[in-house]
Design a protein around this ligand. Structure first.
Ligand SMILES: Nc1ncnc2c1ncn2[C@@H]1O[C@H](COP(=O)(O)OP(=O)(O)O)[C@@H](O)[C@H]1O
Ligand SMILES: [Mg+2]
Length: 190
């Protein structure tokens, strides 16, 4: 049987020497095919943990593997299988909805008919099809979150990391967001 998708052993992160640890000896694992929630108050270290899993931060001590790979030393391989939607979405506000999707498709090398299929699927899911020419900066908060999620799903990832995806989103849009994020393929979501 394969090991867990994410394995975290004695992981600590200290941003500054002498500062309090943002994460202190965290040990956990996440299996493939599961949805895992990470709960804690502001400043608990949730974003820090997600950024470490995505390989965007380097641990102070301890170890993480994603699919057996180290997110720092094997960053190329890990980036190919992980999508990360940051807490403050990573959209370009001065680009349109379509231009944001196209940019992410370029970055993920989603080309040809796969690309057309992805745009159609994601614009349909999110209800953003009527707004493809609207600047991302002019979208409502909920629509921005949906576009952020669409960009994260442009290539179906093995691991989808969502940092507070429904904050600032009204209850109906929130339900839609989870419907978009928890679909067909049993993607593990953190
Ligand atoms: N880049 C950084 N530099 C210094 N301290 C940071 C940085 N990022 C986060 N921290 C600190 O790490 C702790 C955990 O933050 P964070 O992971 O953002 O928590 P959460 O997402 O649970 O609200 C906080 O004390 C925060 O101030
Ligand atoms: Mg956070």
């Amino acid at each position: 049987m394969p090991g867990p998708l994410i394995q975290i052993d004695q992981l600590s992160k200290r941003f500054d020497k002498g500062a309090l640890a943002a994460l202190d000896s965290v040990t956990a694992h996440v299996n493939a095919g599961e949805v895992t929630g990470l709960v804690g108050p502001d400043g608990a270290g949730k974003t820090t943990l997600l950024r470490l899993i995505a390989g965007l931060l380097v641990p102070s001590t301890g170890k993480i593997t994603v699919n057996g790979l180290d997110p720092v030393t094997d960053s190329g391989s890990v980036h190919r299988i992980v999508s990360y939607m940051p807490q403050r979405f990573g959209l370009y506000e001065d680009l349109s909805v379509q231009e944001n999707l196209t940019l992410y498709a370029d970055l993920r090398s989603v080309l040809g008919s796969d690309r057309e299929e992805a745009f159609e699927r994601l614009l349909g899911f999110t209800g953003l099809a009527p707004f493809t020419n609207r600047l991302a900066g002019a979208l409502s908060g909920g629509m921005k979150q949906k576009l952020g999620l669409a960009c994260a799903l442009i290539k179906k990832p093995d691991l989808l990391l969502l940092d507070e995806p429904s904050v600032g989103v009204d209850p109906i849009s929130r339900r839609e967001l989870w419907r978009i994020g928890l679909p067909q393929k049993n993607w593990p979501i953190v």
